[in-house]
Write a new protein. Structure first.
Lengths: 336, 307, 336
C-alpha cells in the first residue's frame, strides 16, 4: 500500500528562542496508508494534536519543527506559505474538536462553504452563484444535513453540535482531499451524535477513498472505527499496529494500562488504573517517559529511551514489553 | 434589526434626553442666581427683580419647566441672557467650528489608533508592537489638558511655530487636534490590539487556514469582521461623546466653538444656552448609540436574536 | 415482593414529582418570555449505600435535577424526602445543618476551589463553618483524609493552581467528605480529567463508598463509567425519565427505544464485535418546542399514531418490577 503521509524523525519544540525551547514531540515516525483510518491515541501532553498541526504548518509561529513530513512523496515542512496553503483543504483537510466555535460566527454557512469550494475545487474557481449553490447543496447532503438549501442561510450559532460538525466536514470535503485529519471530532458531542459522525466518517472513507487520522483519547471509538492504532505518550509513539492486533496483544505497558483502566461497558469489570500522573514536557524523566508509572520497568528503562521496533507490523518502544499472549474474553476484556 | 426594536430604541432615546434636560434644568436653577451673575451683587434690588421678571425667573419652578418644554416642542430654545439673541442662533453659529475640530480629530484618532492597534496585533511581540504599545501607554497616561498646555508651551511659545488660540487658519487646527487625538488614539490602539488578538486566536481562524486561505486572506476575510464588533462599540461611544469632550480642549486653545460657549454660559448662568447645548450633546450621543446598535445587528447575526 | 412491603421499606432519598423551569428571553417586544421545562415530573428513590446514576444527553435535564434537589435552583414543584422530611422546605439554617449529611461535587475542580486558599485550609473550612472540633483536631482529620484520597501531606500547603486536575478533584472530594456526609451528589466529577486519571478518582470514590457506606447520586454522560460504578440508573430525555432500574437489567435489556439507541451508540472497546449502532433520525428538538405526547416519538422508529397523543407513563418489565420504562408501544409488545 502506498503511503499517503510519511512522517520521519519529527521533532517539535515550543519557545521564544532557541535556548528557551521545550520539546513536545521527540523523534516521531509514522506512516499513513491509503484508504486507512488510523487512530492516534494519547492523553494531554502526548503531542498527538500538535504532530498533525505541524504537518500542515499550522502549529503556530512559536513552534520549532524539524524532521520530514511527506505527502505522497512531496515534502511539506519546507513549503512556502503559498504552496502549503494549496495543499491545505485540497489534498489534506482537517476538522477540529469544537465545531461550533470552529466556524466564523458572523458569516453564513453559505459564505463559508462557497469559500471552501472556490478555494479547493478548481472546477469552481470562477463559478457563478447558482453553480456554487448546487455544489454546496450536494456537499451538505453528502454529510447528511437535512434540507440543505435552507441550511445554507444558517449562521453557526443556529446549528447544533452535530450539525456544525457535519457542516465542517462538508466544508473540508469541498476539495476532495486524500487525507482527512480529525482532531477529537466527537469529544464534545453526545454519544448518539458521535455514533452518527463516526458512521459518516467511515462511509466517506469508502466513497472518497480517503485516509483518515482520527485523533482521540477514547479507545472505544478506535475499536469501532479504526483499522490501525498508534499510541502516543509524552511526544513519542509507544506502540502501533492493527487495531485487532494491538487490542488483543498490547505490548506496551501504557497501552495495556489504558485498556484496563477504561470502563468498557461490560458487567463485573475490574478497573485497574495507571498510578501516577503524566509528566510535564519540560520535566521528562531520564530514560523512558512512562517508566515512573510502569509496573514492569527495569533498569534500562530508567537510563535509556527505548527505540521503536516493528515486528510483523506491530511496533513498540519498550525494553520490557508485555510478552505473554493475552486472550480477550467473550466481552472483549483482557484476562489478567 | 426589526422596526419594533428600532422603534423601542428611539422611544428610549427620547426618554434619556428628556431626563437629561430635566436634570440640567433643575441643577442650573438651584446653583446660583442668574440675575446676580449678570448684573452683579451691588445692584439695586429692583433692577434684579426687573431682570428676573423679564426672563420669567420669578415664576415657580414648575411653571418655568413646563413653559420651557412647550417652547421646545415648537423649536424655540429660548433666548440668551447675553445679547438677548435666540439661543438657537447663538449655538448654531458656533457649531461649524466645533464640528470641524471634532471631525478632524475623530478621523485621525480612529484612523491612526485602530490601524496601529491592528498592526501591533498582527506583529505581536516584535519591536514594532512594543514600540507602538509603549507610545500608547505614555499618551493616555497624560491628561488631555497637560498635553495641550505642554504643546502650547513648546510649539507656541518657545518655538513659535504654531498659533495657540483662535481658529483662523489651517495651522490653528494642528495643536488642538494633536492634543485631543494623542490620548484617544492611544486608547483605540490598545483596545484594537486586544480585540484583534482575541480574534486571531479563535478556533475559526485555524479553520480558515486549514481550508487553504493564506494568512493575509484569513485576516481580511475572517478576523477583521469579528474584531470590528467590539471596535465599533467603542468607536460609537467615542464619536458620541466628542462634542462633550470638546469642552476642555476648546477652552485650553480658545477655540470659538460650542465647548467654549458652554463654559462661558455656565459661568454666566445663561440658562437657555446651557440647556440647548446639553440637549445637543444628549441627542448626538443617543443617535450614535442607535447607529452603533444598528451596525451591530447588521454585522453580527447573533444579535438579531435579541430585541 | 409485594406492593405493600415495597412501600413500607424506608427509602433513604426520595424525589417526588420534581419540576424545574427556566425563563428564556425571546425576540420582539410583545412576545412573552418563553418557559423551558428543564425537569418535567421526575421521581426516583435511592437506597442507602447505593449509587444511582442519571444519564442522558445534553439538554435532558440531568444537571438541572442535581441543582434542583439541592435547592441551588429552587424547583417549581416537587418534594425531596430525606430523613422523612421534605428538604425543599428547609430554611437557610436547616440547610446549613443538612450540609453535614449531603454534599456535592461538580464538574470543574479548578472552579470549585478558592485559588487563594491553601489545600489544607480548604479542607478544614467546612469543619470551621460547622464548629466541629478545635484547630488541632481539624488539621489532623484533614491530613488523614488527604491520605485517604491519595494525596501526600506535602500537598497541604500548596495552592490549587500548583496541582494537576486529578489532584484537584481529589481535594474537592476530600473537602466534601470531611464532614462525613451520608449522601453525595456528583455531577460529571471526572469528565474534565485525563482518561488515566479518571480511573483513579472513580476507584477512590468506590473505595470510600464502601468504607463510609456512602450513598451517591452520580450524573454523567459517560455510559461505560456509569455502568461500572452504579447500582441503578435512570435515563432522561428532554426533562423526563424514560427508563429506570437496576443497571445490568437496563444495559443488557433496554426496553425504551431511546435507551436502546443510547446503549447501542456506546463505542465498544472490543474490535471484534463491530456492531452497527442504531442511528436516530435528526436531532433532539429544542426544549422550547416540545413534541406532543411522547417526547421521543419524532425520532422513534417504533412510533405509531398513538404516540403523539399519549403522555408517557412508566410500565414495569416482566422480569423485574424495579425496571420501568415509559413506552406503551414496547409495553404492548411485552404483553404479547
Amino acid at each position: 500500500m502506498k503511503n499517503v503521509l510519511e512522517i520521519t524523525n519529527l521533532k517539535i519544540g515550543f519557545g521564544i528562542n532557541d535556548t528557551n525551547t521545550t520539546n513536545v514531540v521527540h523523534d516521531l515516525n509514522l506512516s499513513i496508508n491509503e484508504k486507512e483510518i488510523i487512530g492516534l491515541v494519547g492523553e494531554s501532553g502526548s503531542g498527538k494534536s500538535v504532530t498533525c498541526l505541524a504537518a500542515l504548518q499550522l502549529a503556530g509561529s512559536l513552534a520549532k519543527v524539524s524532521g520530514s513530513v511527506a505527502f505522497k512523496g512531496k515534502s511539506l515542512l519546507d513549503l512556502s506559505e503559498k504552496d502549503i496553503a494549496e495543499i491545505r483543504g485540497n489534498d489534506i483537510a482537517m476538522i477540529f474538536q469544537d465545531p461550533m466555535s470552529s466556524l466564523n460566527p458572523v458569516k453564513s454557512l453559505r459564505s463559508q462553504i462557497y469559500e471552501a469550494i472556490q478555494l479547493n475545487n478548481h472546477h469552481y474557481a470562477n463559478a457563478n452563484k447558482s453553480l456554487l449553490e448546487i455544489e454546496a447543496i450536494r456537499l451538505l447532503s453528502e454529510v447528511g444535513i437535512p434540507d440543505p438549501k435552507h441550511r445554507l442561510e444558517s449562521y453557526p450559532h443556529e446549528l447544533s453540535g452535530g450539525m456544525s460538525q457535519r457542516a465542517m466536514i462538508a466544508i473540508m470535503l469541498a476539495g476532495s482531499p486524500s487525507l482527512l485529519i480529525a482532531d477529537e471530532p466527537t469529544t464534545a458531542l453526545d454519544v448518539t451524535i458521535q455514533a452518527q459522525i463516526l458512521r459518516l466518517l467511515k462511509k466517506l472513507r469508502n466513497t472518497h477513498k480517503m485516509s483518515i487520522v482520527l485523533i482521540t483519547h477514547d479507545l472505544g471509538v478506535v475499536a469501532q472505527t479504526c483499522d490501525r492504532i498508534a499510541v502516543m505518550y509524552c511526544g513519542r509513539i509507544v506502540e502501533s499496529g492493527s487495531v485487532i492486533e494491538v487490542f488483543k496483544n498490547p505490548k506496551h505497558p501504557y497501552t495495556k494500562g489504558l485498556l484496563n483502566s477504561r470502563p468498557k461497558n461490560v458487567s463485573n469489570q475490574i478497573l485497574t488504573p495507571i498510578e501516577g500522573i503524566v509528566p510535564m514536557p519540560n520535566n521528562l524523566p531520564k530514560g523512558c517517559a512512562f517508566a515512573p508509572r510502569c509496573k514492569q520497568a527495569i533498569q534500562n528503562c530508567l537510563d535509556f529511551i527505548p527505540k521503536f521496533t516493528i515486528e510483523n507490523e506491530h511496533g513498540v518502544a519498550c525494553f520490557n514489553p508485555v510478552s505473554t499472549k493475552k486472550e480477550l474474553d467473550k466481552e472483549g476484556c483482557l484476562n489478567e | 434589526m426589526s422596526i419594533t426594536s428600532i422603534g423601542i430604541r428611539i422611544i428610549r432615546a427620547f426618554f434619556t434626553v428628556f431626563l437629561l434636560v430635566t436634570f440640567v434644568f433643575v441643577i442650573l436653577r438651584l446653583s446660583g442666581d442668574p440675575a446676580i451673575q449678570m448684573l452683579g451683587i451691588d445692584v439695586d434690588p429692583s433692577a434684579l427683580a426687573a431682570f428676573r421678571e423679564r426672563w420669567g425667573l420669578d415664576k415657580s419652578l414648575w411653571e418655568q419647566y413646563f413653559s420651557y418644554l412647550i417652547n421646545l416642542t415648537q423649536g424655540d430654545f429660548g433666548y440668551s441672557f447675553i445679547g438677548d439673541r435666540p439661543v438657537w442662533d447663538v449655538v448654531v453659529e458656533r457649531l461649524p467650528k466645533t464640528l470641524a475640530l471634532m471631525g478632524l480629530t475623530t478621523i485621525l484618532t480612529l484612523g491612526i489608533g485602530i490601524t496601529a492597534g491592528i498592526y501591533a496585533a498582527l506583529n505581536r511581540n516584535t519591536a514594532a508592537d512594543r514600540i507602538t504599545m509603549g507610545i500608547s501607554v505614555a499618551s493616555f497616561s497624560l491628561p488631555n489638558f497637560v498635553v495641550g498646555i505642554f504643546l502650547i508651551l513648546i510649539f507656541g511659545v518657545m518655538l513659535r511655530w504654531l498659533p495657540t488660540s483662535g481658529s483662523e487658519t489651517a495651522l490653528h487646527y494642528v495643536l488642538p487636534v494633536l492634543t485631543m487625538a494623542t490620548a484617544d488614539a492611544a486608547i483605540f490602539a490598545r483596545f484594537s490590539r486586544s480585540a484583534m488578538l482575541e480574534v486571531l486566536s479563535s478556533p475559526f481562524m485555524r479553520t480558515a487556514r486549514a481550508k487553504g486561505l493564506l494568512w493575509s486572506q484569513a485576516v481580511r476575510r475572517h478576523a477583521l469582521p469579528n474584531a470590528s464588533i467590539p471596535i465599533i462599540t467603542i468607536g460609537g461611544i467615542y464619536v458620541g461623546r466628542q462634542i462633550a469632550a470638546a469642552t476642555i480642549t476648546e477652552n485650553v486653545f480658545a477655540w470659538p466653538g460650542i465647548g467654549q460657549l458652554l463654559v462661558l454660559s455656565v459661568e454666566n448662568r445663561d440658562l437657555a444656552v446651557v440647556q440647548c447645548i446639553v440637549i445637543l450633546v444628549g441627542v448626538t450621543m443617543v443617535i450614535t448609540n442607535l447607529l452603533v446598535d444598528i451596525a451591530y445587528g447588521w454585522i453580527d447575526p447573533r444579535t438579531k436574536k435579541e430585541a | 415482593m409485594n406492593e405493600k412491603s415495597k412501600n413500607t421499606k424506608q427509602t433513604f432519598f426520595n424525589v417526588k414529582n420534581l419540576h424545574q423551569e427556566f425563563k428564556v428571553k425571546t425576540t420582539g417586544f410583545f412576545q412573552a418570555n418563553k418557559i423551558v421545562k428543564a425537569v418535567d415530573g421526575v421521581s426516583f428513590t435511592i437506597e442507602e449505600g447505593k449509587v444511582l446514576g442519571i444519564v442522558g444527553e445534553s439538554g435532558c435535564g440531568k444537571s438541572s435535577v442535581a441543582k434542583s434537589i439541592l435547592n441551588i435552583y429552587p424547583p417549581k414543584l416537587g418534594e425531596v424526602i430525606f430523613n422523612e422530611q421534605n428538604i425543599l422546605k428547609f430554611s437557610e439554617k436547616e440547610w446549613r445543618k443538612l450540609r453535614r449529611d449531603i454534599q456535592y461535587i461538580f464538574q470543574d475542580p479548578l472552579g470549585s476551589l478558592d485559588p487563594r486558599m491553601t489545600i489544607i485550609n480548604q479542607i478544614i473550612e467546612p469543619l470551621i463553618i460547622h464548629k466541629i472540633g478545635d484547630k488541632k483536631s481539624r488539621i489532623s482529620e484533614a491530613l488523614e483524609l488527604l491520605n485517604s484520597v491519595g494525596l501526600t501531606h506535602e500537598m497541604a500547603e500548596k495552592y490549587p493552581h500548583e496541582l494537576s486536575g486529578g489532584q484537584r478533584q481529589r481535594v474537592v472530594l476530600a473537602r466534601a467528605l470531611i464532614l462525613k456526609p451520608k449522601f453525595i451528589v456528583c455531577d460529571e466529577p471526572v469528565s474534565a480529567l485525563d482518561v488515566s486519571i479518571q480511573a483513579q478518582v472513580i476507584l477512590l470514590l468506590e473505595k470510600l463508598k464502601k468504607e463510609m457506606n456512602l450513598t451517591i447520586l452520580f450524573i454523567s454522560h459517560d455510559l461505560s463509567l456509569v455502568r461500572y460504578l452504579c447500582d441503578n440508573i435512570a435515563v432522561m430525555y428532554l426533562g423526563k425519565i424514560v427508563e429506570q432500574g437496576p443497571v445490568e437489567s437496563i444495559y443488557n435489556n433496554p426496553k425504551h427505544p431511546y435507551t436502546k439507541a443510547l446503549m447501542s451508540a456506546i463505542p465498544q472497546s472490543n474490535p471484534f464485535s463491530k456492531k452497527e449502532p442504531i442511528v436516530l433520525n435528526g436531532e433532539p428538538p429544542s426544549p422550547m418546542n416540545l413534541p406532543s405526547g411522547c417526547r421521543f416519538h419524532p425520532r422513534c422508529w417504533m412510533a405509531n399514531d398513538s404516540c403523539a397523543n399519549k403522555e408517557q407513563e412508566l410500565f414495569e418489565t416482566k422480569q423485574s418490577y424495579e425496571h420501568k420504562f415509559a413506552c406503551h408501544v414496547m409495553y404492548e409488545k411485552e404483553l404479547k
